[in-house]
Design a protein around this ligand. Structure first.
Ligand code: HEC
Length: 94
């Protein structure tokens, strides 16, 4: 094996290892359904009763919640990750 070939092999191995490490990290940072639910429950208590009585998840169906949450996201200025957690929590009662 020539020196430059060995170098190329080393770089390829390094890239492969980096890819594996990064995808493991990405998989870890993706929250599970249970984590989203628990986060949503906390956020619901903190946010959703501020401007009106907190509305229970069972009051609206899944589709209605999708629309309502878009609206409340704007009203309450919610970050996307918080809105997703709230969506999982509110839809869980169906
Ligand atoms: C910054 C104030 C504010 C916050 C925080 C807020 N809302 Fe609202 N919400 C409103 C206002 C104002 C309305 C009246 C509809 C409109 O905006 O035209 C409303 C309407 C609603 C309605 C529709 C009521 C109906 O009977 O048609 C639902 C359901 C609702 N909010 C749920 C939520 C949920 C769930 C949260 C938590 C993520 C939330 N809201 C947080 C201001 C807020």
């Amino acid at each position: 094996m020539r020196k430059s070939q060995r170098l190329g092999f080393g770089v390829a191995t390094l890239i492969l290892l980096l890819t594996v490490a990064l995808s493991a990290l990405a998989a870890e940072s993706e929250p599970t359904e249970t984590q989203l639910f628990l986060r949503g429950a906390k956020l619901w208590g903190a946010y959703c009763g501020q401007c009106h009585n907190a509305r229970s998840g069972s009051e609206f169906n899944r589709l209605e919640w999708d629309t309502l949450l878009l609206h409340m996201r704007v009203r309450a200025n919610l970050p996307a990750a918080d809105a997703e957690a709230l969506r999982v929590f509110l839809r869980s009662s169906h």
